[in-house]
Design a protein around this ligand. Structure first.
Ligand code: KG4
Ligand code: ZN
Length: 341
């Protein structure tokens, strides 16, 4: 007899995407609906927390209904509801958490709280059916830059992290400085195609007492100094060269630390995740480095790299199978640490 399938409705609202997905057995995505607020926040040059919360409230029911409809299912047909409860913007997280609690209570189905970064990591399981722990994962998003040892489903050890800005944050800040606007990552990647990555020598910061740690604030300052210098000397700034040289510096540091960790921990598999993992230059550099080391390389499709609920459904499934159940006291935890319960 075939084991019963576990169907989970997952909800994600930690930042500026309102998202819902229906995922079966953690790896089969029946629907993945994302309502992005990016256009709205672009007006302000970044995410405005109060606006994000209000938009989540306006959109969440619609997004869930669409996810259920596309998966050809109903609330009565679910085994559990999974929801991101941290880290993220507290007001934004609360919308998803309250919604998930209401569904859990109303339909008498288990509630599973999911760590947002765990979700990003689990995005890799969706299209790589053979991927199983242990593996190393570099999570690079707008809020986080974590090098993680995935020891087992639900068991993580963070071996490296940023000491200041996250990689995505650096992309966003540099994009603003060179007049590209929000969100910076995709825009920098696009204009970089016209630029020379060797045009300007930006620093590759090493963190003395943390071989796998990252620091991007010095790089950001170096870009700002370069722009100021050009202005003072009356030299025209070539936007595409600045973008390409900056992107190359970030990618070199990310890949450098990844390779150190691969060597030290003798990893056989390496995965990337988070919004910056959709960057083509980073993906190719990481793929080359893994090939050279004889390591199998994994990455989600771009739509599963940036915030979505399918990844939360994948993570919720493994948490559910491990027996995690949350009660009506589940709260949003804006600074939730990975591996903490
Ligand atoms: O994972 P994500 O959607 O949200 C967080 O959890 O933070 O990541 C968003 C971040 C933003 O900083 C955005 O600029 C960056 O990912 N990003 C990129 C690219 N696409 C998104 N960075 C570099 N290249 C890209 N193509
Ligand atoms: Zn994210």
């Amino acid at each position: 007899m075939m084991p019963r399938q576990i169907k989970i409705l997952a909800i994600e609202s930690s930042c500026d995407e309102t998202a819902a997905a229906v995922v079966v057995d953690g790896r089969t995505v029946c629907s993945n609906i994302i309502s992005s607020q990016i256009a709205l926040h672009t007006l302000y040059g970044g995410v405005v927390p109060e606006i994000a919360s209000r938009k989540h409230i306006e959109k969440i029911n619609q997004v869930i209904e669409e996810a259920l409809r596309e998966a050809d299912t109903t609330l009565d047909d679910l085994d559990a509801v999974g929801v991101t409860y941290g880290p993220g913007l507290v007001g934004a997280l609360l919308v998803g958490v309250a919604e998930a609690k209401a569904i859990s209570y109303g339909k008498k189905i288990p509630l599973v709280g999911v760590h947002h970064i765990e979700g990003h990591i689990c995005a890799n399981y969706i299209e790589n059916k053979e991927l199983e722990p242990p593996f190393l994962c570099l999570v690079v998003s707008g809020g986080h830059t974590h090098l993680v040892k995935v020891q087992d489903y639900g068991t993580y050890e963070v071996i490296g992290r940023t000491r200041d800005d996250a990689a995505g944050e650096a992309f966003d800040k540099v994009a603003r400085a060179i007049g590209l606007g929000y969100p910076g990552g995709p825009k920098i990647e696009k204009v970089s195609r016209e630029g020379d990555p060797h045009a300007i020598e930006f620093p590759r910061a090493k963190v003395a007492d943390g071989p796998y740690d990252f620091s991007f604030s010095g790089l950001k300052s170096a870009v700002l100094n370069y722009l100021n210098g050009c202005k003072m000397k009356g030299i025209p700034v070539v936007q595409a060269d600045v973008a390409a040289s900056f992107q190359k510096a970030v990618v070199d540091v990310l890949v450098g630390n990844a390779v150190k960790a691969i060597e030290e921990f003798q990893a056989e598999r390496f995965a990337i995740a988070g919004g910056v993992a959709s960057n083509g230059v980073f993906r190719e550099a990481m793929r080359d480095a893994c090939t050279k080391k004889g390591v199998k390389f994994y990455h989600p499709s771009p739509v599963l790299c940036t915030d979505n609920a399918a990844m939360i459904g994948a993570a919720a499934y493994y948490d559910f199978m491990a027996g995690r159940r949350d009660g009506m006291d589940l709260n949003a935890i804006p600074n939730l640490k990975l591996g903490e319960r």
